[in-house]
Ligand binder design. Structure first.
Ligand SMILES: C[S@@+](CC[C@H](N)C(=O)[O-])C[C@H]1O[C@@H](n2cnc3c(N)ncnc32)[C@H](O)[C@@H]1O
Length: 420
């Protein structure tokens, strides 16, 4: 589409806005209940979003060609199943999307939600959403499309459900295919700033005690002898005989999964007693080595020479989590900012903006905690563009995600081929 108008519901800081603007769209309405998001949005796009959508009357929203909405996921009531779709969606924010679509009948709508939407309530949530949109007069693919920035080489693993809606009189929506075997290699360097480009670099650098604490875990991984790196959580207080475990007194009350991990930790210790005892003595001297920081979750696959500094790390309540060094785990709204092992520092807000494909001209919140939270809630701009182009009927994009282009064959084999 050359020129079009759109509305941005649940706009956050404007992931949809950025993409639609780049495609030539003009925003005529936005809303978000969060005042800090609204400030960032206005600062960047010159539009002051409305607040709570549930109190906005559909007739007060301007006419538009495209409706965009990254709506919060909520369960649908089981009671509603007997009452029909409108009743079933009432009380959820999806209902607000639906009432606005039913009133304005925009040509297109692009919605986004967490991956879990696809399987939520044994598929019922997806079915309600799908059938409600179809009943409202739209072509919608039968299966939810799950897509992540890392599928197209952007180094963030963030699987989300994308729902494309094309009003039935406008045209078809061809099935969308993606072949997981075609995921390209990702490089975190594509979004990293060089340290000299970060004016307040010290703010992001790991402190000497943090480096020493992580170094200790690195020595642990490099020092233990085992067939496979521990795929289970390593708990320093369980690196001992089971009977010496601090939890041994309550053994019978412990849940099964905890007993399993305690036993696995104990086995690891049994096979590496000498090394682990000496290592524990040293590690415990670091004042950070307690609580969650005395736990390790290696989630970076098998390697003969583990080196956490080549990986991405997160400090989580469950321990120091080590992930592959090629892409970042999904940005999240809570404070679990990733550590870039190679740089011995935390990811900066500008790098988070890049992970969500915002341009470097994007002005994020002055408070870093807000900026991290807002990028964690946001949508990847490049993916919005991709799905908008697909939905608008861009031939090149539709061809790229056709069955033939993705799987090299003319069409999907039918389940029941004609009998000879
Ligand atoms: C997943 S985020 C969407 C983020 C957005 N797509 C972006 O690019 O930043 C969902 C947003 O819905 C907003 N929200 C939740 N309840 C709302 C309501 N009743 N009315 C308007 N916005 C609401 C939240 O504040 C949050 O920013």
């Amino acid at each position: 589409m050359k020129e079009f108008t759109y509305i941005d519901l649940f706009c956050g800081i404007g992931g949809f806005h950025q993409a639609m603007k780049e495609l030539g769209g003009k925003c005529v309405y936005a809303c978000d209940i969060d005042a800090d998001c609204r400030k960032t949005y206005e600062r960047n796009y010159g539009i002051r979003p409305d607040g709570d959508i549930t109190v906005v009357k559909e007739e007060d929203i301007p006419h538009h060609n495209v409706l965009c909405g990254g709506f919060p996921c909520q369960a649908f009531s089981k009671a509603g199943k007997r009452l029909g779709f409108a009743d079933e969606t009432k009380g959820t924010l999806f209902f607000d999307i639906l009432r606005i679509m039913n009133y304005h009948k925009p040509e297109y709508a692009l919605l986004e939600n967490v991956r879990n939407l696809a399987s939520h309530d044994h598929g019922n949530t997806w079915k309600v959403i799908h059938d409600s949109l179809v009943n409202a007069g739209y072509n919608v693919l039968d299966e939810p499309v799950i897509f992540s920035p890392h599928y197209i080489g952007i180094p963030q693993h963030r699987e989300r459900v994308f729902i494309m809606c094309v009003r039935k009189d406008i045209g078809d929506l061809p099935p969308f295919y993606f072949n997981q075997e075609r995921i390209p290699p990702c490089r975190i360097e594509d979004i990293l700033l060089s340290d000299s480009e970060i004016p307040d670099l010290d703010r992001y650098r790991l402190k000497p005690q943090q480096i020493e604490w992580i170094d200790n875990w690195n020595e642990f991984l490099q020092g233990i002898r085992c067939d496979k790196l521990p795929g289970f959580p390593v708990w320093a207080d369980s690196l001992c005989a089971v009977e010496d475990n601090p939890m041994a007194g309550q053994w019978n009350q412990l849940p099964g999964w905890m007993k399993t991990f305690i036993k696995k930790n104990s086995e690891l210790w049994e096979n590496n007693k000498e090394f682990i005892d000496a290592w524990l003595e040293k590690a415990k001297k670091n004042p950070l080595f307690f609580g969650a920081k005395a736990k390790l979750e290696w989630q970076a696959g098998e390697t003969k020479h583990p080196d956490v500094w080549q990986h991405i790390m997160q400090i989580r309540p469950s321990g120091l989590r080590v992930k592959p060094g090629t892409y970042f785990p999904a940005l999240v709204a809570i404070t679990q900012t990733s550590i870039v092992g190679k740089r011995k520092r935390f990811l900066t807000p500008r790098e988070c903006a890049r992970l969500q494909s915002f341009p470097d001209s994007f002005m994020y919140d002055d408070k870093n905690s807000q900026a991290y939270k807002q990028f964690g809630n946001s949508i990847n701009v490049a993916l919005v563009k991709l799905f908008a182009q697909y939905m608008f009927g861009d031939r090149d994009v539709q061809e790229k995600y056709s069955f033939k282009a993705q799987f090299g064959k003319a069409s999907e084999p039918t389940l029941f081929p004609d009998m000879p």
